[in-house]
Write a protein that binds this ligand. Sequence first.
Ligand code: SF4
Length: 362
Amino acid sequence: MSRSSPRWTPSADPVSPSPFVIPFFIAHQGCPHQCVFCNQHVITGSSGRLTAAQVREEIVRWLGWPRDGKRQVQVAFYGGSFTGLARERQEELLGAVGPFLEQGEVELIRLSTRPDYVDQAKARFLKERGVGLVELGIQSFADRVLAQSRRGHTAQQVSEAFAHLRQEGIAVGGQLMVGLPGETTAGLIAGARRLVALKPDLVRIYPTLVLKASPLADLLAAGRYRPLSMNRAIALCARLKEIFDEAAIPVVRLGLQPSASLEHDLLAGPYHPAFGELVLSRLYFRRLRKRLTVLQKERGCATIRLILAPADRSLFAGQQRCAARRLAALGLLDHVEVAFPPGQPRATINHEIIHGYSQSHC
Ligand code: SF4
């Protein structure tokens, strides 16, 4: 049966993606081997074989929850290599979603897979079953890093997978990792630029963590891998986020989803349950510092009111008010009042002179 894919609409707010996503996890299923950093049983907290009946029951259960009717309802299959599953198994899982798509209760199917497991026939099959978005586990564009991470594919295969999916009109997301074995900063930045050139519909960025029962845990124990520090991971992810922001490509996730199983089986690496917020706070701090430095020179004797969005209050403060304290320590908040008026749009920074004269009048 052929079915046209509904159009996927990117979220306006990449930090709080607007789709109502009903997630299913197929931990490691379809994967040819275990990549060096991966333990999907820990990351997704799931194991066992998902059945079509379970998919149907879960969708009905999720659809019963109250939700904003404007949010697009999506069903997602994560945690493995979906297109590496046997064709009958793909049919079984996608077929379970089919009736909900036909009735308009689910608007899109999304799934994740490996770049080397996408060819034109597979892309066409997904399109015919209503898949509208495929997220590719790219992780790196450096073949040396891919080899050391035991990915089993090349960067060239990423470009080919993009082309196959695009030819079928399927939106494509890309997942990148930071801190993989053998990675260099220059290679990481170059990889982000190569991904920009492929114009992904969304991006996820994950710092590499060392999880129990992963090959990376053995490398760590043997002293052959050193994880990134938290500060370095934040700095690198912030740089990548800037690159994607400049290209207007939504970054929908920064850091792994926190969970009890992840925290239990984490051995080392830059993990924080609010990692994405730390990265955004770093970027916001930089913007504010730049703006306040200019204002400090221009304002002369004047007192300034800095106008920020109420929704950005936590970004301004930073973790444990760290960002605000650093701005104050730099003297950048001297003669500055900070206001968060309702209606100020998110991520905007405005100011007004509330007392005194600017530089030209002093
Ligand atoms: S990283 Fe992806 S392909 Fe590799 S083992 Fe994990 S789920 Fe499978």
